[in-house]
Design a protein. Structure first.
Length: 328
């Protein structure tokens, strides 16, 4: 696969060569960044894990930057609608994109998302990892994952809600069906929040959602957790076994979250954003808050995040091709 995201350094160098250095005493345009509000576009509705994370980071980021940070939800098409908005925005650091692993999954699911994930974005920072969790209504007769799989093998397909076509939760359900030899019927939603609402109401038998979005509802007794998708148990719900522990050896699927900017955003702006968010994520109070919501805090260089996304695009591309997953 082509290297993810075209480097912006040659573009900046060419621009400086063409325009010349700023007049003596005049600062480069990005030296005053930011001079007005910054918008973080979230590719899912309010209430889901990606939204919660964006709002927590955004609230602290405005303190770091000295400008308001606005979170704007643009859900739909597994994040492609919001991503297209940011891809078409000016590359000035004022419009950012908060995404999860769906960004790396979508190229293998959507043939024409309306933008190029390789060419239209530059990585800023990876901020957290979070597992997904299979949940059922609190009143459900399904007491554990083995009950759900038994029902799905009994000649009748078991419906499961996900946070959208091509999301990690969609993939989690499809992987479970294949690995366990069960029949699961995918019911996509425009985000984890709407999926959780219908699972709680009993409209869908089971849900595959982020642990961060489901945790408060599990604690309140409105949902029952059957299994987490991560390789190890989640510190947020240590009593909930993994899928692998329950008769599906080798099963593991985690999810990352991070910030992207439009391609050709000045490297100095990307570096400033990376440093500001890394400082936020490393604060003990922020780490404690994120862990309470089910996230494992992380911070990375733009290059490391870029390489991780590129590797996941290869990995998930092969997986979705083998499954024949298409959402066009």
């Amino acid at each position: 696969m082509k290297r993810l995201f075209q480097t912006v350094i040659p573009l900046v160098a060419l621009s400086l060569a063409a325009c010349g250095n700023p007049p003596s005493g005049e600062a480069p345009k990005d030296a005053a960044y930011p001079s007005h509000p910054v918008t973080i576009v979230v590719t899912f509705p309010p209430g889901g894990g990606t939204d919660l994370l964006a709002r927590r980071i955004g609230a602290s980021l405005q303190e770091q930057l000295g400008q308001p940070v606005v979170v704007e939800n643009r859900p739909g098409a597994s994040g492609n609608i919001g991503a297209r908005v940011v891809a078409e925005s000016p590359p000035d650091g004022y419009t950012l994109l908060m995404v999860n692993s769906s960004f790396a999954i979508n190229p293998g699911v959507y043939r024409n998302p309306g933008f190029s994930p390789e060419r239209d974005f530059t990585a800023v920072i990876n901020v957290a990892f979070v597992p997904s969790v299979f949940v059922v209504p609190a009143a459900s007769d399904l007491r554990g994952l083995d009950d759900a799989l038994a029902a799905a093998r009994a000649g009748k397909s078991l419906p499961f809600a996900s946070c959208g076509n091509g999301t990690p939760q969609h993939l989690a359900g499809e992987m479970l069906a294949r690995a366990a030899g069960a029949s699961l019927q995918h019911v996509p939603y425009k985000g984890c929040g709407p999926a959780l609402t219908d699972v709680m109401a009993g409209q869908v038998a089971m849900g595959a959602v982020t642990a961060s979005s489901a945790a408060p509802l599990i604690a309140a007794g409105k949902l029952r957790a059957l299994a987490v998708t991560s390789p190890a148990r989640s510190p947020l719900m240590p009593a909930v076994p993994t899928v692998a522990e329950q008769g599906v050896p080798g099963y593991a699927l985690d999810q990352w979250h991070g910030l992207l900017a439009p391609a050709a955003t000045p490297p100095a702006v990307v570096a400033k954003l990376n440093a500001a968010v890394a400082k936020i994520v490393q604060r003990p109070d922020v780490q404690a808050s994120l862990r309470e919501q089910g996230f494992t805090p992380a911070s990375s260089t733009p290059r490391a995040f870029q390489d991780m996304i590129a590797a996941d695009m290869d990995r998930y591309g092969a997986l979705t091709a083998s499954m024949g997953l298409r959402a066009d």
